[in-house]
Design a protein around this ligand. Structure first.
Ligand code: A2P
Length: 272
């Protein structure tokens, strides 16, 4: 059974969601269709991915009720810099064929994110968003936000996988009652942790795939995990993670693989 977590405003979020970064519109449509058939109900996209229309088509044609889906999208950096939050939000709604977003995130702490946050708070108060949050924020970015917020971010979505556990940041978020979500949970495009000998031997031990071991580790760490795939078999198996438990000792062994190795940009010096 899919596990859910309650966010700081009371909204419930399914703990495993399908990520669609680097998927074309058609690939995203197909991946989301397979995912919904497999039992996922949480989809994580972003305006910059350019595939919101594929997500929107798949969800609209899925036969599922809108309230049974959890859809996240993100406000892009250029829209933040150009003070286009409300316009960008309307564009995302149209592409996603919906009249509300379950979770809307500031994608990166781009110049102007404080003003964007105020606009997002308004959209939230108008009932157009279930919860608002951020992505790729270090504690010092969050502290800037705390100075001006009236609504606390519900979520911080960050890079995390066995080679960059980012545990200190996750612990900080937890102390602040901000739910951590993890992107590139399998290590991103190259998915190097899937070939790690420790992960592979745990996969043998639990009779699971390396990806299932990592996704389960995230579930037990208490984070929201967003594995990306455009392949049906992988989409299905990445969701088959609710019927086993990793021991505390093995959990620690996975966490010990950390080498602070990013596959994406550091939020302190991104250049896009
Ligand atoms: P693909 O979409 O071709 O399946 P992330 O860490 O961002 O979630 O990315 C994981 C990467 O690993 C993606 O490029 C994805 O590629 C691939 N992948 C996803 N699930 C699996 C799996 N179960 N086994 C092997 N590779 C996977």
């Amino acid at each position: 059974m899919q596990t859910t977590i309650k966010l700081n405003n009371g909204i419930k979020i399914p703990q495993v969601g399908l990520g669609v970064f680097r998927a074309s519109t058609d690939e995203a449509e197909q991946a989301v269709t397979w995912a919904l058939e497999a039992g996922y109900c949480h989809i994580d996209t972003a305006k910059i991915y350019g595939n919101e229309a594929g997500v929107g088509k798949a969800t609209a044609e899925s036969g599922l009720q809108r309230e049974d889906l959890f859809i996240t999208t993100k406000l892009w950096n250029e829209d933040i810099r150009q003070r286009r939050t409300k316009e960008a939000f309307a564009e995302s709604l149209a592409a996603l064929r919906t009249d509300y977003i379950d979770l809307y995130l500031i994608h990166w702490p781009a110049e102007g994110f404080q003003e964007a946050w105020k606009e997002m708070e308004e959209l939230y108060h108008q009932g157009k968003i279930g919860a608002i949050g951020v992505s790729n924020f270090h504690p010092h970015h969050l502290e800037e936000l705390f100075k001006i917020q009236t609504v606390k971010p519900a979520v911080n979505q960050i890079e995390s996988h066995p080679y960059l556990t980012n545990q200190k940041l996750i612990d900080y978020c937890q102390e602040q009652n901000i739910q951590a979500e993890v992107w590139s949970p399998l290590g991103g495009k190259d998915a190097a942790p899937l070939l790690d000998p420790t992960i592979c031997s745990l996969a043998d031990k639990y009779n699971k795939t390396p990806a299932q071991i990592i996704i389960r580790w995230d579930i037990q760490r208490g984070v929201i995990v967003l594995p990306k795939s455009i392949h049906k078999e992988r989409i299905v198996s990445n969701f088959d993670v609710f019927d086993f438990e990793i021991s505390q000792e093995d959990m620690r062994e996975i966490s010990a693989l950390n080498k602070n190795q990013r596959v994406g940009s550091n939020p302190d010096n991104f250049d896009f």
